[in-house]
Structures are given as structure tokens and as C-alpha cells.
Design a protein around this ligand. Sequence first.
Ligand code: ZN
Length: 513
Amino acid sequence: MAGMQQQLDFIAYIQRMLNEGDFSATYKFALLHAIADVCIEHPLQQPDSELVITLDELVDKFILLYWHHAMPFAGSSNGDVALLKQNAGKQSKVISVLYECQQNDIRNIRQLKDSPYWKQIYRATLTTLKEGPLWRLQVLAKQAECFLYPHSDNGKFIKLNAGIAYSFRRFYDLVVYLAKNAWLQKIQSIKDNQKLLGAQSQLHEFLFGIDRNALNKARPILIEIQRGLCFYCNKPLKDTHSADVDHFIPFARYSTDLGHNFVAAHSSCNNSKRDYLAAQQHRDNWQQQNLVKFEKILSTELAAYFYCDATKSLAVSDWAYSVAQANGAKLWLNKDEFVIAGSKPVASVQLATTGIIAANDTDAATFELKATNTDILQLRYFPNLKIACGHFKTGDDSCVEYLDAPLDFGSLNPDKHFLARASGNSMNGGKQPIMDGQLLLLELITPQSAGSLQNCTVAIERQDISGDNQYLLRDVKKIADGQYQLIAKNPDYPPLAADDSMRTFARFKGIVE
Ligand SMILES: [Zn+2]
């Protein structure tokens, strides 16, 4: 069905393909272009028709697309003439064979088809197509996602899924524009081509590129706040002079340097992350490090070189992750693992405060599934958030770990449920005593979900004079309209009158251990 949703999915997929695909050669751009061409050349019966494209047709298109590329390029600067490389390693097979024909006085495709070379070229191109781009095109973040056509080894044709040909026809200009542009950039980025291309190869970098000199200014302060550790793998950066300054939200996605968008990382971690967004746990850490804990230091140190605005950085990351979520994009976790940007928010950390806010901003956050371990639900555990059983106690959610969800509490929701430890003994009494140090399962209270808290055990939050959050666990008892008392289970602790400085924060669900 080529409905509105499928067309959006199509655009999202093409976007992801260019972001997440591995393009070591230019073949995949050629294939995308070729498929789009074939789609508009065939009349389509119905919007949701499938379309069979023979490999013959694709081979034809490939040769047509590469024909001009097989002519030597005359560099502007030094009079050099040579073939441009279309591959990071040795020259592409298709280019080599076409070049050979041209050297033998074949002047156009018509002559080529009539020549004795055709058979050989046809076979070489077909082999290239089958061995590489035909199945690699749909490998996103190292996994096959056959949105356009199923992978099959019939060796004769591909069959575009229902509605795909319609989308290619509808968005032909856009797809071809993207494919050509990415193709061009790939050729410019290949080192061997740069001598030949001369200054123009730096044009894109010059117009839209990264200011490496400025990036170097960010390195020392990042290494300092990360205490010499790689942001992603937490292992020491051996040579701090050559540590990479990584754009946390990739530069390819958002190409303005914001002072809070940098982290220091191993080159190997950075190269593996490439243009992917990092997984949610990295995002949580980035927010804590750059937007909360060291927000001011980064602003002070980097304002001379970059635009520094933590609120803007947060907004950009919210945008990037909400798009990733809508597109079902893969997020980079480490060198071997990706996680899916899902539909549910996990953590939403308030800017420059240490409060946990009810995670109701479904656009902003992503829910991550461990690729290897999709069936075990994990909940956030805040080791620094002590739920005081006694007097209000300062705590924060700056440190997040993940623990397996306890099994005996029914269905749990990682948006709402989290884990923290009790501290003190005011709740050590009654039928359900809570002891110092026990791990508690808590459920965030939102204005919508509060319901009646009468006689519930509730974590109360208030701010101390310096603005830090304090937490206290008590039973809530209504004593008059709008008046509540907070009761300790341990009679040694007197009741406390609830006042305006307090807010209900989380409902106590049970003791986990
Ligand atoms: Zn690392």
C-alpha cells in the first residue's frame, strides 16, 4: 500500500540508508540511481504495484551511469590527467573495463553494445552488481533491512515491494539528487583523487566543513572534565594529544559547531561511531557531563571559539533523537553493537538541575533495546539517589545504571519505574518495614497519573536552599481538604505537615531485595 505513511517511511528509509549505509565504493549510489531511473521508465498499473526489475536492466543502467566516469579527468592545477577513483582501495572493476574499451576506440554505448567487448563488460558488471551493491544497498548499520526489495539469489531480477516503485516515481528528483550528491562527495573524499582534483576537492570542506583548528581548542578541557577517559568506552585515552574531538550529535546531521556538542574519544571509538547517533545511555551521559555538570565550564572555556548555548544543544539533540526514533534508526552503542531508537522515552534529565522529571516528552527520548538481549526489561537505577527514611536527604540522578527489572511486580514500564535505595530507618515499622539500604522499586508520579495518594507510601521531593533536590519517603494521610500529613512508619519520627515546597515525586511499589 502506497499510503501516506509508506511514503514517509520511504523517505525515512532513504535518509537512513545514506546515513547508516557503508559506502566504501560508489556502487550503491549508482544502484539507487539506477533503480529510480527504471521506476520512472516503467508504467505503473497501481500505486501499490510491485515492480520486477531484471538485472539486465540494472546492468545497462550501471554501464550508462559509469560510462563518463571512465574517461580520464583533467585536473585544473597541474595539467595531470587520470581516472578518478570510485573506491577507497583499488579502482572499481566497472571503471577499469569501460576505460579499456574507450582506449580501444569505442566512443559510445551503442558502439559498445555492438562490439566484441560487450559480453565481457556485461559479465563483469553483473558479477559486481550481484556480489556487492545489490545486497549491500539495504544493509543499514550492519544489518539487512529489505525495505525496497527482498534479497533473493534468483540471479535474474529483483522485485520491488508493493508501493516502492510508486514512491521512487513520486520522489525521483529527491532520491537522485541525494544519490548524486553523496556520490560526488564520496569521490572527493577519496585521498587518491584529491591531488588530481586540486583545490576544488576542498571546496565542500571549505564551504560546509569542520574547522579542525577550532576543534583542537576543545580537546584539553574535554580531557580534563572526562578525567583522561574516552567518553564512549571509559578507557584511558593513552595519547591525550591525539584524542579525537567528537561531535556528539554528528556533524553530518547538524553542521553547526556548538560548544557543548563535543566529547573526547579514542580515534577508534570515534571512527566506529562515524555519523551515527550514539545510544541513549551515551546521550544521558553527554547531557549530564556537558549540559549539567560542566555546562558553565564549557561555556567559559569555549565561548571564544564556538557558539555556546546549552539550551540550544539540548534542543538539537532532542530533534536528532526524535527523528531517529520516528525513523526507527540504529543508534551506535559500541564498536560491535547498535541499538534501535524506539518508541518510548527512558530518561529525560532537566537542564542544569539534578531533578528527575516525569518522562512525558515522548518526542525527546528514545527507548533502547539491547540488540543481543531484547527480552529482559531493564530499569534505571540511580545509585546517588537515596530515598531518605528519616529526614529529607539530598540526592541526584546524575548517575544512571541499568538493572534487570524485578519479576514479581507485574508489568513494569521503564518510562515510569526506576530503582533507588532507601536510607535511614523512619520507615522501619508496621507490617511492611523498609530497612536502611534496601533497593526500592518506585513509580514516577505525573500530574496525570497521581490519582489518590491517600495512605500510599510516597517519595516526596523538595529543594534545599542551594537548589539541590532532597527526597523523603513517607505515608501520605489527608487530614483536611488540601492538607496532608506525612507519616513515618517508625513512631520515633513525628508526622510532618506537607507544604508548598514539597511535591510528590514517586510512588513506592515495593522492596526489590
Ligand atoms: Zn574509547
